[in-house]
Design a protein. Structure first.
Length: 270
């Protein structure tokens, strides 16, 4: 199916002061009124912070390490991106309505824009933070390959937009801080990409504890292997290569780009 060219590279539109894709802003009432279920697990991140990685780990946990089951569909179908609405083409909310519980739900919304049903239902939430420098670099490449974004411009221009919060989903600083401040009032498990790189097994075990789930050491090792960067890079159900080129052009930059960290700890980057 051919997409209309005018859905791409359009300027962002502010929703309550946060720049979002024009199509999310247009359909904001659908997002705001999204009905979360008490057994939903929300995966919340600023873009390029390890969403896909933790989503794959959680789907593997939910399926007791059954790798074949986790290849049943692409990651963006197994873990729908709630607020991503592109009229006529994508609708995370509609995808979620069709899903059997328990659902894994992806969002990039800053804490103040999260639909209130998540708070009312006291849903469990996993937040992943990654240091600003690596996020900015990853986001710059992603802006160029994923055409729903406005033009990235030069690195200097993009970095200026990133630092002033004029990129999709707003300021990285406000995002990580906003979710951090909420973590003790709700069931939020706050994770760091850098800790996952340092000791992924330990972070998977902490996730299991948060989910009150027990898996054998053998299953945890299997999850560890199948969620490693090199394995996910080769897996069509996690590497986004099933998205058509006119949406995401992997010849510009692959989605699974480097998967590295330039700091030993997130804290040193702040
Ligand atoms: S998105 O589009 O916002 O949902 O992107 P997101 O998944 O949050 O972030 C993409 C970056 O995460 C890296 N990635 C991984 N790193 C380590 N291990 C694994 N398994 C893994 N999976 C994805 C991916 O490569 C992007 O980072 P960069 O630095 O661009 O490589």
């Amino acid at each position: 199916m051919d997409k209309k060219p005018d859905i791409y590279r359009r300027e962002l539109v502010d929703v309550q002061g946060v720049p979002l894709f024009w199509s999310i802003a247009e359909e904001w009432s659908q997002v705001e009124s999204f009905e979360a279920r008490p057994d939903d697990l929300l995966i919340s991140t600023y873009p390029k912070s390890g969403t896909t990685w933790v989503s794959e780990i959680l789907d593997l946990i939910y399926n007791n390490g059954d790798v074949e089951k986790c290849k049943r569909d692409a990651i963006y179908k197994r873990v729908p991106f709630m607020e991503l609405i592109i009229p006529g083409f994508e609708n995370g909310i509609e995808d979620l309505k069709k899903m059997q519980p328990p659902r894994l739900v992806k969002t990039h919304l800053p804490v103040q824009l999260l639909p209130s049903s998540f708070w009312k239902n006291n849903c469990k939430m996993v937040y992943v933070a990654r240091n600003a420098k690596d996020v900015a670099v990853s986001y710059y490449y992603f802006y160029q390959m994923a055409k729903i974004h406005p033009k990235a411009g030069t690195w200097e221009e993009f970095l200026d937009k990133f630092m002033t919060g004029k990129v999709a989903f707003g300021s990285w600083y406000d995002h990580v801080k906003g979710w951090w401040e909420k973590r003790n009032d709700y069931r939020i498990f706050y994770l760091f990409y850098e800790d996952m790189k340092e000791n992924p097994k330990h972070e998977i075990q902490k996730l299991l504890q948060f989910l009150e789930k027990d898996l054998s050491e053998e299953t945890v090792d299997k999850i560890l292997y199948h969620s490693s960067f090199n394995v996910m890079k080769q897996n069509p159900s996690t590497n986004y290569t099933t998205i058509p080129d006119f949406d995401m052009d992997h010849s510009v930059s692959p989605f699974m780009r480097k998967g590295e960290k330039s700091y030993t700890s997130f804290y040193t980057a702040c």
